[in-house]
Design a protein. Sequence first.
Length: 426
Amino acid sequence: MTDAHDTAADTSLRTTGGGPPDDGGSSATEAPIPLLEPREGIPPVVADQAALAEVVAAFAAGSGPVAVDAERASGYRYGQRAYLVQLRREGAGTALIDPVACGDLSALGDALAGTEWVLHAATQDLPCLREIGMVPTSLFDTELAGRLAGFPRVGLGAMVENVLGYVLEKGHSAVDWSTRPLPEPWLRYAALDVELLVDLRDALEKELERQGKLEWARQEFDAIASAPPAEPRKDPWRRTSGMHKVRRRRQLAVVRELWQTRDRIAQRRDVSPGKVLSDAAIVEAALALPSNVHALAALGGFGHRMGRRQLEQWQAAVDRAKALPEAELPQQGQPVTGPPPPRAWADKDPAAAARLSAARAGVSALAERLNLPQENLIAPDTVRRVCWEPPKGADADAVAATLAGYGARAWQVELVTPVLVAALSA
């Protein structure tokens, strides 16, 4: 096939004549080129310490940014651990690493310290990479770059096609990456995911610079790289799908008990919780409050294929929730630390509702003028907090300090402060 690296340099933003496409489509005169094979072929999977040491040495000796990707087994296994790590760097080629067989990859992370990592949708992969000792000090997120540059479609396949003119085969994105050995078509797909990532980075950097947004992107990337690990979610059982149907505290207790029982089983078996018991079944049991195994078996999700022993463990969870004293039942909602839902503002504080309406209109107009999504211009929650409880004086300095206190980056503070000052004064 044509050498993708040589060609990509000539086809940067080829579909648009130097800017993001209006319709997200390819040029009618230049058909995109299918990318079928990695340029050096599919590398062997690194699955022992000797092979890993060779990769570490090769990537430490490479030059320029390093493309990084990770594959998880969401929907198949418990948690979000990485089951394959892909890297590519000039002078080192492509590496496919089995992090389950190799374990700790901190030596590789250390070898790449100070090197810019290129990832697509970095916040999705960074948690599982952190678990195996790989933490970047600087990065370039091609998905976020695409958002800031105004591209309407920012998936990796769409970006590679629109920016570089190549078609990536994306048919294996949702497979079970914990499978061993990994089939060759999956490995080809994984290697191709990092094949043009650095080329995409280079083209997007030029486009962001052309639009005057490169410094904005750098601030966003620095914020991602320096962000601490996310705190564990409080009461994760409350995210059970269909929870809006559950109204009574006793029913909430059943959801909690079933969810926690399912989670322990899923963790022990290393399978996705949804494969143990569906959210729909949990909610149905909570609504029905079955009195015995026979009543439970009649509910959806607890059908004829479920054995007596399994039914008994779920009924035991229901019974534990039903036996709780009133004081130990969960409350209807979690404690609210921020503003109430915007739909309630008109009744609770009409002036705040007016401020929010003006702020939203101003932010929307500014985002449209800058050709980027509103949520990337400023977090909607930040706008709500400022409008619900404005800083004293509500002048430019006070608003800017408040935005910075909520984590807004310098470029966001500079652009959004005048909009919010106007909204607050209105």
